[in-house]
Design a protein around this ligand. Structure first.
Ligand code: HEM
Ligand SMILES: *[C@@H]1O[C@H](CO)[C@@H](O)[C@H](O)[C@H]1NC(C)=O
Ligand SMILES: *[C@@H]1O[C@H](CO)[C@@H](O)[C@H](O)[C@H]1NC(C)=O
Ligand SMILES: *[C@@H]1O[C@H](CO)[C@@H](O)[C@H](O)[C@H]1NC(C)=O
Ligand SMILES: *[C@@H]1O[C@H](CO)[C@@H](O)[C@H](O)[C@H]1NC(C)=O
Ligand SMILES: *[C@@H]1O[C@H](CO)[C@@H](O)[C@H](O)[C@H]1NC(C)=O
Length: 329
């Protein structure tokens, strides 16, 4: 009896050890201190380039945040979004959601050059650069209360997929059910959908994207719609004319949510988050519109969750030398 108890005890010890050893290597987790030893200057270097870029043009902060989102939703946060087309694959840059719309690639190149110089060799992945640049943009445009700790240690993909970009990014004409379904497919929930859509508190969108909403939607403030119609005619070649996503596009704040209460969401998909019938989504929009601390407390955790989508770690992927192309190509 005593011997079999001991054997069972030994078995438990072995199972525990095996779990401790195997799980971290197969599900290698991201860590906030990943670059502390190998390149202690990495994060401050990224931040200073982001700061300079935003000083040149405030909107670039929004563009950098969107890049991280469009990276993570398409085969995970692996910098696939940054790859130029090659003879062997058509990349994500020309997919419908991204073509003539994504911006900030030149700033990413600038960050990459600065960080490789500071670290004296390429040790920081392009996927991590996107995650850090997104966080820094939010904290610069919103203030310290929107700062959150970024998890690091992602590696970069060696290919990209035009089809995956078309199939995994939400279009602005989606209804609430469709938006939620797509987010759930990425392991995100209703709260994440409402919180992450709050990113539309900064940046701008093109006439071609919001034309249907301002001419055809009924859940829109008439004065708001009519003002927008002057910069976005129903027909004609003004598809790229820009309008701000909320009335304070250079400030990361809660005005986006307040706009939804007044049917002043610019994207059809944004207004889908608030219908005014007391849904769970409505309640979150109301909460964030009146409580910026609640929004600030929830934004970081939801971005971190998004940043954990299928990262390449360990021996998978690589640390690119140029964010635009895979190594040895
Ligand atoms: C919920 C579904 C979403 C839809 C349907 C959507 C769609 C769009 C569209 C159509 C634009 C304008 C593109 C253009 O006119 O060129 C845009 C801009 C933007 N999106 Fe989203 N988006 C969504 C969620 C998100 C999320 C989760 C984030 C980040 C966490 C984000 C960040 C941004 C930012 C910052 C901009 C402005 C970019 C700039 O000014 O360069 N979006 N989005
Ligand atoms: C992307 O935009 C360019 C114009 O800048 C256009 O020529 C090209 O056909 C577009 N690609 C796709 C796949 O829509
Ligand atoms: C990317 O690589 C994976 C694994 O090698 C492969 O299955 C997939 O088809 C590749 N995708 C593209 C677009 O080349
Ligand atoms: C949302 O769109 C889907 C697909 O077009 C449609 O089947 C569904 O009925 C729509 N849901 C609502 C609530 O309008
Ligand atoms: C609005 O709806 C009408 C009728 O369905 C359609 O013909 C038109 O293309 C839509 N978009 C705009 C911008 O008017
Ligand atoms: C609110 O309205 C939407 C459609 O407009 C519907 O799908 C949803 O179930 C409604 N929610 C409540 C709580 O009535």
């Amino acid at each position: 009896m005593a011997a079999s108890h001991f054997q069972f005890f030994l078995f438990l010890v072995l199972v525990t050890l095996a779990t401790l050893i195997v799980i971290p290597t197969t599900h290698a987790k991201l860590s906030p201190t990943y670059y502390n030893k190998v390149c202690p200057k990495a994060l401050t270097t990224i931040k200073s380039v982001v700061q300079r870029a935003i000083a040149r043009e405030r909107r670039i902060g929004a563009s950098l945040l969107r890049l991280h989102f469009h990276d993570c939703f398409v085969n995970g946060c692996d910098a696939s979004v940054l790859l130029d087309d090659t003879p062997s694959f058509v990349g994500e840059k020309t997919s419908f959601p991204n073509n003539n719309s994504l911006r900030g690639f030149d700033v990413v190149d600038e960050i990459k050059a600065a960080v490789d110089k500071a670290c004296k060799r390429p040790v920081v992945s392009c996927a991590d650069i996107l995650a850090v640049a997104a966080r820094d943009s939010v904290a610069i445009l919103g203030g310290q209360k929107y700062w959150y700790q970024v998890l690091l240690g992602r590696r970069d993909a060696r290919n990209a997929s035009w089809d995956a970009a078309n199939n995994n990014l939400p279009p602005p004409f989606f209804n609430f059910t469709q938006l939620l379904g797509l987010f759930q497919g990425h392991g995100l929930n209703l709260k994440d959908l409402v919180v992450l859509s709050g990113a539309h508190t900064i940046g701008a969108t093109q006439c071609a994207v919001f034309r249907d909403r301002i001419y055809n939607d009924t859940n829109i403030d008439p004065t708001f719609a009519s003002n927008l119609r002057s910069i976005c005619p129903q027909t004609g070649g003004d598809d790229t004319n820009l309008a701000p996503l909320d009335s304070t596009p250079n400030r990361f704040d809660t005005v986006f949510y307040t706009s939804l209460l007044y049917k002043k969401g610019l994207l059809h998909s944004d207004q889908e988050l608030f219908k005014g019938n007391g849904s769970a989504s409505d309640k979150l929009v109301q909460l964030y519109s009146r409580n910026s601390n609640a929004f600030a407390a929830d934004f970081g955790p939801s971005v971190i969750k998004m940043g954990n989508i299928k990262p390449l770690t360990g021996i998978n992927g690589e640390i690119r030398s140029s964010c635009r192309k895979v190594n040895n190509s």
